[in-house]
Ligand binder design. Structure first.
Ligand code: NAG
Ligand code: NAG
Ligand code: NAG
Length: 372
């Protein structure tokens, strides 16, 4: 190729890099250029990537508008969030105004629901938080979830037209996903809960956790119920375009079994470790940006909860490391993504991660403008 052509390509590359469209990652690129997002809300359901990309939420169903922050767990009133998530129909749930929702009891969803806060500033905190059990097709987009507390056993409505049922104690996770599939958790801000910020367990699979901002918390993300729970070998989870930090200690994520693709995330210095595991998970860490803490003995990204860990298949592919951070790879083989073509997405290089994750967390959206 002639020198002139190279210059031409270089010029195109630089101008693309500098334009705002380039600054969107593959998920955001799919919808955030649209100033009419408020008329096209369900378009979001087409924008997921990775293993959770089939999650359609309430796509194709009715819109439901939350008008009240109230919560009565046994008999939710129309207009509340709990009323929406306990309906049997597919619903795309939006909010009439900014609100702070203090949940009386954990919020259990039925299948085929989207939470879409775009246009409102919605907080769930200082009480119980979100629990997805035995469901599929859930999208959770744009919630501020913080200071989640453990809940006591008690009665709640699980789905409309049934009797309220007794549920057990919840540990105080921000979002707990159990025995569920096709779940996409995108653009949320999660801070300081009693247990995990996002925990995915009990053979849940086809989950994508993307564009979230996590901060001020110890055990961030647990993937897998217990080392003995081998049904978790079926788990396939994508963790992409998230911003981890400041103030995080460990589990970004901690994996037990199954396959986890950790791609294009931005890691601020951790307290103990970034990516860990304890029961032979396959981990592909790809195109992440890791900034180690200053302590000389704490530069390792990885943690293995078992001496056998030196044989587990953990690969670092095109990651970028700063301040002495290093990933200890292990195992034989390639840790291929195993995505089908519909789930696949292009992982970019670590140095681009600050741009790709710049707007991780909740967005500020006004109708008739692009979401900032
Ligand atoms: C979830 O499914 C399990 C196993 O079938 C069942 O025991 C449990 O009651 C279900 N929980 C909910 C909240 O649906
Ligand atoms: C909603 O679904 C539940 C569980 O499938 C069922 O028991 C209940 O009767 C349904 N409610 C209505 C109003 O159809
Ligand atoms: C987290 O919440 C606890 C109370 O549950 C509080 O004592 C602590 O100060 C909070 N930490 C941060 C960093 O906000």
């Amino acid at each position: 190729m002639a020198a002139g052509e190279w210059m031409h390509f270089l010029f195109i590359f630089l101008s693309l890099s500098l334009s705002s469209s380039m600054s969107y990652n593959p998920i955001d690129k799919c919808w955030r250029r649209d100033p009419n997002w408020a008329q096209n809300r369900m378009k979001l359901a087409d924008c997921g990537v990775g293993f959770g990309s089939a999650a359609k939420g309430g796509n194709g169903g009715k819109m439901y508008t939350v008008t009240s922050p109230g919560d009565i767990a046994v008999n939710p009133s129309p207009g509340t969030l709990r009323y929406g998530v306990t309906r049997n129909a597919s619903l795309w749930i939006v909010f009439a105004s900014d609100m702070e929702i203090k949940l009386q009891m954990p919020l259990f969803f039925t299948s085929h629901k989207t939470i879409d806060t775009r246009g409102s500033n919605v907080h769930i905190g200082n009480g119980a938080c979100i629990t997805l059990v035995n469901v599929s097709n859930i999208i959770i987009h744009g919630l501020n979830i913080h200071d989640c507390q453990p809940s006591k056993p008690g009665k709640i409505l699980l789905s409309e037209g049934t009797q309220a049922e007794e549920i057990e104690t919840e540990d105080g996770d921000g979002i707990s996903v159990r025995n569920s599939r096709d779940v996409w958790i995108d653009h949320n801000t999660l801070v300081n809960c009693s247990d995990g910020l996002v925990d995915v367990t009990l053979a849940s699979t086809a989950v994508t956790i993307s564009n979230n901002r996590f901060s001020y918390h110890d055990k961030v993300m647990l993937l897998g119920h217990s080392d003995d729970y081998t049904a978790d070998k079926a788990m396939k989870i994508t963790v992409a375009f998230n911003h981890f930090g400041p103030g995080l200690t460990e589990r970004m994520p901690r994996c037990r079994h199954g396959y986890v693709h950790v791609a294009n995330n931005n890691y601020e210095p951790w307290g103990a470790y970034a990516i860990g595991g304890s029961a032979d998970p396959i981990i592909r860490s790809e195109g992440n940006l890791f900034a180690a803490p200053n302590e000389e003995n704490n530069k390792q990204v990885t943690w293995r909860g078992n001496p056998n860990g030196t044989s587990w298949l953990w690969k670092s592919v095109r990651d970028t490391f700063t301040n002495g951070a290093y990933f200890l790879p292990s195992g034989k083989g390639k840790a291929l993504p195993n995505y089908n073509s519909g789930q696949n997405f292009k992982v970019l290089l670590g140095p681009l991660v600050p741009i790709l994750t710049k707007t991780a967390g909740t967005l500020s959206c006004n109708p008739n403008h692009r979401c900032l």
